[in-house]
Design a protein around this ligand. Structure first.
Ligand SMILES: *[C@@H]1O[C@H](CO)[C@@H](O)[C@H](O)[C@H]1NC(C)=O
Length: 182
């Protein structure tokens, strides 16, 4: 289970709320051009950005791209909605899931690229030769992002009053003990 709290992201400047995300504003008459179905559509801006950010981190170490999975996106969408509605956007329990999972809690809505880059920045603590992480760091989010055998990606974000929860699922899952990510 990989989780990270993004208090450091507080320093990012203006972070617009993505309509492609799971946040469902109460519909204002005539002012809501975003059908609920678009929250995880592969062609949505958010989906493209989650995918692109992952594939940039993968390409940087010579790993092939992920493909967007509507099934995984729907699964993350259901999970973040549940965490939003019942758990005030706290971390979800990802253990026992058949997919790989990364999640990020933040103090407000975050752009998909900021979410993925936050996981990917642990690259600097990961040592490929010894396949280990520097003390007091967790490289699990990064190694899942670049896990070569993971082929499909789906992500979603839910926004609560003063927080957000973003989750990505990976299929097949990565982070097997003793295996290198690539
Ligand atoms: C994903 O959810 C959308 C919207 O509810 C639905 O139309 C679509 O069939 C679902 N796709 C999969 C693969 O579950």
């Amino acid at each position: 289970m990989n989780m990270k709290t993004a208090d450091a992201l507080l320093t990012l400047v203006v972070i617009p709320l993505f309509h492609g995300l799971v946040h469902e504003a109460a519909p204002v008459a005539g002012l809501n051009p975003y059908p609920a179905q678009s929250v995880t559509a592969p062609r949505s801006t958010a989906a493209r950005e989650y995918l692109l950010s992952h594939n940039q981190a993968r390409a940087a170490v010579g790993v092939g791209p992920l493909k967007w999975s509507e099934m995984l996106a729907n699964a993350t969408s259901r999970l973040v909605r549940y965490q939003r509605n019942k758990k005030n956007c706290q971390f979800a329990k990802l253990g026992g899931n058949k997919f790989g999972g990364n999640q990020l809690w933040a103090s407000g809505a975050r752009e998909p690229s900021a979410v993925v880059n936050y996981w990917a920045q642990d690259k600097e603590f990961y040592d490929y030769v010894s396949n280990s992480c520097a003390p007091n760091h967790d490289c699990g989010e990064y190694t899942q992002v670049v896990w070569r055998k993971s082929l499909e990606l789906g992500c979603a974000q839910a926004v609560c009053d003063k927080s957000s929860l973003s989750i990505c699922f990976y299929n097949p899952p990565g982070n097997y003990n003793g295996e290198r990510p690539y």
